[in-house]
Design a protein around this ligand. Structure first.
Ligand code: AKB
Length: 317
């Protein structure tokens, strides 16, 4: 990896991944791709080049890839699960037409491509506990449909054209830098903001609903490590289960309570998000990622909670 284009650089993952790549690959150019209305600001804008890149515009992707001699594309443009249920056609356009535009440019210019998949690629008849790497993937949400198709299309371009596509299935991601938006797992970020601000948290996900979650530093490490992995060791490509912690709303509430005893939470379940959450795994088995590219997370619920609260106190108080 030398010259990298991060598409969706101002989003929850992109804003931190772009900065991490800039700190790791100093001799290259890490281009922050964005759409009008979501311009990079502050350190993200000042620390390197940025360009308008709308995934639905193949010509725009091609121009930027040619201009900066891009060798790796991180494709982070997506509508998250709850928003995708409200706007399924837009989700399809961004996730699928966007992806094929990127893969076509990658084929022509010899770029490697990372497009994340998700726990959302699984469905109600997937084994929910220790969900295997290779298993039933029949999701019932539009987000899930696009994620399974992303995995298949990415593998297709690898086998048919030799495009170096690789990816991971992200759990719900928790971070203090940029808020997620429109996801089913967003509650696990929002509860920290409410707790630090001293506000009551109204939880849209029911007690007892377990989902895989991950702290952003581990997710960024996974995104970099999979693209740097020795290809001769990879049996799988699109996409690897990666896991670090699994909890339900009570679990994260109790973890926060150890640091902020006055934290308050009540439930007001959102039926759309709850139906999606019920169809997702409780916890994935990530043995293949551990064996094929030495995946190893650093944070568990308690260490993440301490770090989140410390950073949010600096940011919000
Ligand atoms: C969502 O909730 O939609 C995302 C995801 C798990 O992919 N955070």
């Amino acid at each position: 990896m030398k010259n990298v284009l991060v598409i969706g650089s101002t989003g929850q993952i992109g804003s931190e991944l772009t900065m991490k790549l800039r700190s790791l690959y100093k001799e290259g150019q890490i281009v922050a791709g964005y759409i009008p209305g979501a311009e990079p600001k502050g350190i993200l804008l000042e620390s390197g080049p940025s360009e308008i890149v709308n995934v639905t515009n193949g010509g725009q992707i091609k121009e930027v890839v040619a201009k900066y001699k891009i060798d790796t594309i991180y494709n982070l443009a997506a509508l998250l699960s709850a928003t995708a249920e409200k706007k399924p056609l837009l989700a399809w356009d961004i996730q699928m037409n966007g992806l094929i535009n990127i893969l076509e440019v990658a084929r022509e210019y010899g770029c490697a491509v990372f497009t994340p998949s998700s726990i959302g690629s699984f469905g109600p008849n997937t084994p929910h506990d220790d969900t295997p790497q290779d298993t039933i993937q029949r999701p019932t949400s539009m987000y899930g449909v696009t994620k399974v198709a992303t995995e298949l299309l990415s593998d297709y371009y690898f086998h048919k054209y030799g495009v170096d596509t690789r990816s991971v299935r992200f759990p719900g991601l928790i971070s203090y830098t940029t808020l997620p938006g429109g996801g089913t797992t967003d509650y696990a970020v929002e509860i920290y903001y409410a707790a630090v601000k001293g506000e009551e948290f109204v939880c849209p996900i029911a007690k007892g609903t377990y989902m895989d979650m991950m702290y952003m530093p581990d997710a960024l490490k996974a995104a970099v490590d999979i693209m740097e992995a020795d290809p001769t060791r990879l049996v799988h490509r699109n996409s690897f289960n990666i896991a670090s912690m699994s909890f339900d709303p009570e679990g994260v509430y109790e973890a926060i309570k150890k640091e902020i005893p006055g934290v308050r939470m009540r439930y007001q379940v959102d039926p759309v998000r709850q139906a999606i959450a019920d169809s997702w795994p409780n916890r994935m088995d990530d043995t293949c990622a551990r064996n094929e590219w030495d995946w190893m997370p650093h944070y568990d619920l308690d260490s993440m909670t301490r770090d989140m609260i410390e950073h949010l106190r600096e940011k919000l108080l």
